[in-house]
Design a protein around this ligand. Structure first.
Ligand SMILES: NC(=O)c1ccc[n+]([C@@H]2O[C@H](COP(=O)([O-])OP(=O)(O)OC[C@H]3O[C@@H](n4cnc5c(N)ncnc54)[C@H](O)[C@@H]3O)[C@@H](O)[C@H]2O)c1
Length: 458
């Protein structure tokens, strides 16, 4: 079959894999290739044991793989062939030199741009799919267009807004697709080409075109606003615990105001994931470099509140359990940063587990999808942590259970059976407010929800 477009994505991670699989499934007329330097990851994409867990993803991959979707490590050949290249390599927080701890580390992005410039033999559209600091396209454009072959590249921004756990649904039915391009005749032509891809399944009114800088910045700001809502409601959960107000009622009451809206108002042990903290700190760094100290401080406080919420959770556990948890077995229910993913990057459970270990607790971790990643995250601690698949086994002999992830399976466990296998008095700290607290209390647990009065038998 003659393909009408040849699309490449460099970076086969949580973004590159699912986004390209959906494009390939929706557009059988395009050839879509996904490449990565990580051969093990590519092998996994070519198997039925995909490298990431995402509901519905395997079906989408199976529909298109081998037909018009290809996963490969042959990066140079794929660059040469492609007309449109999405770059979705990782852009972690820099951990060295200037801006360490805040700025984005652009080394993978720049290496990719340089390689494209070296290998390409014809004009291509390069698309920033990774989340990048505002004005990165300017630097990338310089690097790409400094090639000595006279080839011209257009650099566009098309940030990804999928949420892990609902990636396929989000990609099938996005709130909006942003495509930023240079406002030049060539830039606008390239923008139309990219609009054409999404227009295969996304209604035209949801495809938003704008200039590159607005698009780049919008992605950082969207994540900052989402994280800010979580930190805002978490800050109020602390006040609720002091005043006998109930955070679920407060969330409901304020969420009914259409100006506020009811999404992202669930109090929790804290936000995690690879993006929120990284992107806010990146925003903070950009503001600092422009001398906008107050703006930087404002956004940094969103991250500080998140750290505070995690510390506060451990303090609540410590105080409730008679000011010592040394030698006590504590079962962490969930380790992924959210339900329906195996991703543990920046998961609050990582910090909580470490803080509990600092208090000399015996921490056992269970999770339906994230145990392999949890073992890697806590590798440096040797056998200090225990990892158990079965939540019933994990809870056996424990003094306390702490819910870290809102997996729905935790709602329907037989807590009577669990209680019978635990040490007494038995505690549940619900870091996601997903359990039936009253029912657990009636069974005999001492229950500590977030932002609600605790239910104690003593
Ligand atoms: N994970 C999310 O939910 C999400 C959502 C929206 C945006 N983003 C952004 O998308 C980008 C990618 O995120 P991710 O979660 O997919 O990261 P990831 O770490 O899962 O994947 C990145 C992949 O890029 C590969 N890579 C790095 N350098 C390469 C190179 N030179 N050539 C080929 N491959 C290379 C890595 O091996 C890795 O497999 C980041 O900028 C992130 O901020 C992530």
């Amino acid at each position: 079959m003659e393909f009408t477009k040849k699309i490449l994505c460099i970076g086969a991670g949580y973004v590159g894999g699912p986004t390209m699989s959906v494009i390939a499934a929706k557009c059988p007329q395009y050839k879509v290739t996904v490449v990565d330097i990580n051969a093990a990851r590519i092998d996994a994409w070519n198997s039925d044991n995909l490298p990431i867990y995402e509901p519905g993803l395997l079906d989408v991959v199976k529909e298109a793989r081998g037909r018009n979707l290809f996963f490969s490590t042959e990066i140079d050949a794929a660059i040469d062939e492609a007309e449109i290249i999405f770059v979705s390599v990782n852009t972690p927080t820099k951990d060295f030199g200037e801006g360490a701890g805040k700025a984005a580390n652009l080394q993978y992005w720049e290496a990719t741009a340089r390689n494209i410039a070296k290998v390409a033999r014809s004009t291509k559209i390069i698309i920033e799919k990774s989340t990048l600091p505002v004005r990165t396209a300017e630097a990338m454009c310089r690097i790409l267009n400094s090639n000595s072959k006279g080839i011209r590249f257009e650099v566009l921004s098309n940030p990804e807004f999928l949420a892990e756990g609902t990636a396929i649904e989000d990609l099938n039915n996005p709130d909006r697709v942003l495509i930023g391009a240079p406002q030049t005749p060539e830039g606008l032509t390239a923008q139309n080409e990219v609009v054409e891809i999404y227009a295969n399944w996304v209604p035209k009114e949801r495809i938003v075109t704008s200039n590159v800088w607005s698009t780049e910045l919008s992605k950082l700001v969207a994540n900052a606003f989402l994280a800010q809502r979580i930190s805002s409601i978490n800050s109020i959960s602390a006040l609720c615990e002091k005043t006998e107000a109930d955070i679920t009622e407060v969330s409901h009451n304020i969420g009914m105001d259409s100006r506020i809206g009811n999404r992202f108002l669930v109090s929790s042990v804290g936000f995690g994931g690879s993006c929120f903290k990284k992107d806010i700190l990146n925003l903070v760094y950009i503001c600092e470099t422009y001398g906008l100290t107050e703006v930087a401080k404002y956004w940094e406080s969103v991250v500080e509140m998140n750290e505070y919420q995690k510390r506060r959770f451990v303090q609540t556990m410590l105080h409730a359990m008679f000011n010592t948890i040394a030698g006590k077995r504590i079962a962490l229910f969930g380790f992924a940063f959210k339900a329906d993913t195996g991703d543990t990057r920046e998961a609050p459970a990582i910090d909580i587990a470490k803080q509990l270990l600092d208090e000399h607790a015996n921490v056992v971790i269970t999770d339906p999808k994230a145990l392999d990643n949890a073992r890697i995250d806590l590798e440096e601690y040797g056998d200090k942590f225990e990892f158990i698949d079965d939540p019933y086994e994990a809870a056996k002999g424990a003094h306390a259970i702490a819910v870290m992830t809102e997996w729905k399976e935790y709602k329907s466990l037989d807590y009577k059976k669990i209680l019978a296998s635990m040490e007494h008095p038995s505690f549940i700290f619900d870091g996601r407010n997903i359990l039936d607290h009253k029912a657990l209390f009636e069974l005999g647990f001492n229950v500590f929800p977030l932002g609600q009065p605790s239910l104690k038998h003593y």
